[in-house]
Design a protein around this ligand. Structure first.
Ligand code: ADP
Length: 455
């Protein structure tokens, strides 16, 4: 069903139209996905009032967790530890200064209605605070129509570890362990894994119980995620609850061996969760890379165009959750995420190896993508050893984006260049064969250079 033209304000964000289409087609329920209206309480309410099932939590639970300040208050009442900071919007810069000084710089200004890293400002020095508050408020007003901004202590070097929760309508609330999402750029996740290299079974149980307590306090039903910052000393702090399925849910599905979206539908249909908490033990390791149409070599500028050739990786333990095919147009109307590449293997080292193999197999021609960046990221010793924090990726960005191309890429490029040249200029096939045969990186570089290819 075409629900409107590409701009989301004329299509995916029009709740009434979505409901009308659902009714016209005889659908019984609406699954809101993870963007657009998925965390809008008014939409959940409108769906129910139209006599349809909303595949998600009750509108009241979305509201309870919708504002970060309300969620912090709720967490505190439920005995869940939160990052030091306020639970009310700041009145002015003077108040912000007094609070910032009480727990010390750096601090983080955050939009109460925030999401997607918008309306957030790290403030390291006193003199930057007033201007940062003004710009965070303006950005929040623009993005969310609400300029409420509050303040948190900015933690240096923690991990982002989140807990998947599943709750049915009959009072059972379970957690499905953690996802490690520390590899972020601009507070946005790029790579996620399950389990986390920093979480022991005992810590998993403690964080899981805390997430279940927060979900219970909100009257939560269906799939949701409690996000935490995990400090180096093992203490953890509640950040917020995402009241929807998340982009990174497949890593949990793979290590827990269950289909979360299917359970969302079954819960929405009134089924009981037939599991016991102790049955959820992670098996093996799963990693997800978000494949975006951005150019990492050029400040992650969004790249647009037509997909002229797509070759997907396959084989055991490889999963592709994609939204593109040969000929797809990639425009600027939506998020740059084209697909998610997910792997599952018995150990973390094998999962990394499998992801590298799958990334090398993947071909997306026509737009720039994050594929090569992911390969460099996974080659880094800190990522391989799991020694990462939420600040790690930004701190290594220059090194990761200016690194020479992967050896395999150079080799393939040299062969391609030699074959192309042979075809165009009647080059002797010896050069092409030499490129194939020559095992050294320098040899491949030389062939590539000879054929006018920048290495
Ligand atoms: P959003 O809803 O905009 O995604 P979150 O509150 O979930 O905002 O935070 C996004 C990311 O910002 C976190 O994953 C973390 O990396 C970083 N962050 C949030 N709060 C803090 C904090 N107090 N100290 C340090 N980093 C933080």
């Amino acid at each position: 069903m075409c629900i409107g033209p590409p701009p989301s304000s004329q299509s995916y964000l029009l709740g009434d139209r979505l409901i009308e289409v659902a009714q016209r087609t005889g659908a019984q329920a609406i699954h809101p996905g993870y963007g657009f209206l998925s965390e809008r309480a008014w939409f959940a309410r409108a769906v129910r009032e139209a006599g349809l099932v909303f595949v998600g939590p009750p509108a009241e639970a979305i509201e309870a967790m919708g504002s970060k300040t309300d969620a912090r208050q709720l967490a505190i009442r439920a005995g869940v530890p939160v990052v030091p900071g306020t639970t009310e919007a700041l009145r002015d810069a003077d108040e912000a200064m007094a609070i910032a000084e009480s727990f010390g710089f750096p601090v983080l200004l955050k939009a109460a209605a925030g999401g997607g890293g918008k309306g957030m400002r790290v403030v390291r020095e006193r003199h930057e605070l007033a201007a940062a508050l003004g710009s965070a408020q303006r950005e929040a007003k623009n993005a969310f129509g609400d300029d409420a901004v509050y303040i948190e202590k900015y933690l240096d070097g923690p991990r982002h570890v989140e807990i998947q929760v599943l709750a049915d309508m009959h009072g059972t609330v379970l957690h499905l362990g953690e996802r490690e999402c520390s590899l972020q750029r601009r507070h946005q996740k790029m790579v996620e894994e399950a389990p986390s290299p920093a979480v022991s079974p005992a810590l998993r149980a403690r964080m899981g119980e805390t997430a279940v307590a927060a979900a219970r306090a909100a009257g939560y039903v269906n799939a949701g995620t409690c996000e935490f910052l995990l400090d180096r000393d093992g203490s953890f702090y509640f950040l917020e609850m995402n009241t929807r399925i998340q982009v990174e849910h497949p890593v949990t599905e793979l290590v827990m061996g269950l289909d979360l979206v299917q359970w969302q539908l079954r819960i929405a249909a009134g089924e009981r969760l037939p599991f016991e908490q102790k049955s959820f033990e992670p098996r093996g390791w799963a990693i997800e890379c978000r494949i975006t149409s951005e150019d990492p070599g050029n400040g992650f500028l969004p790249s647009t165009g037509r997909i002229t050739h797509l070759h997907l990786p396959s084989g055991p333990g490889v999963r592709w959750d994609g939204g593109i095919e040969d000929g797809s147009e990639v425009g600027l109307h939506y998020d740059p995420m084209l697909a998610k590449l997910i792997v599952h293997a018995p150990t973390r080292a094998l999962a990394i190896a499998r992801m590298e193999r799958a990334l090398r197999e993947l071909v997306i021609d026509g737009v720039e993508t994050s594929r090569g960046f992911h390969l460099r990221l996974l080659a880094h010793p800190d990522v391989r050893s799991g020694d990462i924090s939420i600040q790690w990726l930004e701190a290594h960005l220059a090194e990761l984006t200016s690194a020479p191309p992967h050896e395999e890429t150079v080799r393939l490029a040299a062969i391609a260049a030699a074959l192309a040249a042979q075809h165009d200029r009647g080059l002797t096939s010896d050069t092409a064969h030499a490129a194939r045969r020559d095992g050294t990186l320098e040899g491949w570089r030389a062939v590539a250079r000879r054929e006018g290819l920048r290495t």
